[in-house]
Design a protein around this ligand. Structure first.
Ligand code: C5P
Length: 224
């Protein structure tokens, strides 16, 4: 069986940064499932499909082909060949992604697309329901948490680095709204799997979170 490590949790907990570091250390593939939902939101808004048009939304969901490139220094997200790495990082796209992600039929289409990323020698998958729904048999499941204040500050910094301006209070409100939408939806809500290791990253630097995760990996897979 090809090994999978899942990294779930709300936005701004450092899932993406941790996943990227772990996939590089392990030499595995990576699935940023949030980017898949964001790519869908981006396509839907580009094509001006109404959020009421269920058939239209499903058509877009089926048509998107997302790839993750990483040369060890820089990682990027391609949608049907176009580099959309920065275009999908706005809070507007995040909010639309989270609204679309509440639909059972959309999740069903994206489920298989996500599982198709599983390739030898292994996969690091990050998102909201990687450990509960997409890869329930994953060898190691990590669930990251952090205070809303810290998550908002981290998001603000990330956006600034990408040249996107945002206001902290608005960002914080949007993150909180997205948290409740993601955890209260009926379909595959965000929650830790029963066998997940929960890591609170509040007050921790990425290096510290990485070494905690590496200890968990060594416990499961042996010395790195
Ligand atoms: O992690 P990120 O902020 O990029 O995710 C964007 C949105 O996509 C989330 O707020 C969530 O609604 C949705 N999502 C999801 N399931 C996943 C990953 C993301 O519903 N596995």
């Amino acid at each position: 069986m090809i090994p999978v490590i899942t990294i779930d949790g709300p936005g701004g907990t450092g899932k993406g940064s941790l996943s990227l570091r772990l996939k590089r250390t392990l030499g595995w593939f990576m699935l940023d499932s949030g980017a898949l939902y964001r790519a869908l939101a981006f396509s839907v808004s580009e094509r001006d499909v109404s959020s009421q048009d269920e058939e239209g939304l499903l058509e877009v969901a089926q048509s998107i082909n997302v790839e993750f490139l990483d040369d060890g220094l820089q990682s990027s997200v391609l949608l049907n060949g176009q580099d959309i790495s920065n275009l999908i990082r706005t809070e507007d796209i995040g909010t639309l992604a989270s609204k679309l992600a509440a639909s059972a039929s959309i999740r069903a289409v994206l489920l298989q697309k996500q599982r198709d990323f599983l390739k030898s020698p292994g996969l690091v998958a990050d998102g909201r329901d990687m450990g509960t729904t997409v890869f329930p048999d994953a060898a190691l499941k990590i669930f990251l948490t952090a205070s809303i204040e810290e998550r908002s500050l981290r998001r603000l910094k990330q956006l600034k680095e990408k040249g996107i301006t945002a206001r902290l209070a608005r960002l914080s409100k949007e993150i909180a709204e997205r948290d409740s939408r993601d955890s209260e939806r009926e379909e595959s809500p965000m929650r830790p799997a029963q066998d997940a290791e929960i890591l609170d990253t509040t007050g921790l630097e990425l290096d510290e979170v990485e070494s905690l995760a590496e200890k968990l990996i060594e416990t499961r897979f042996g010395k790195l």
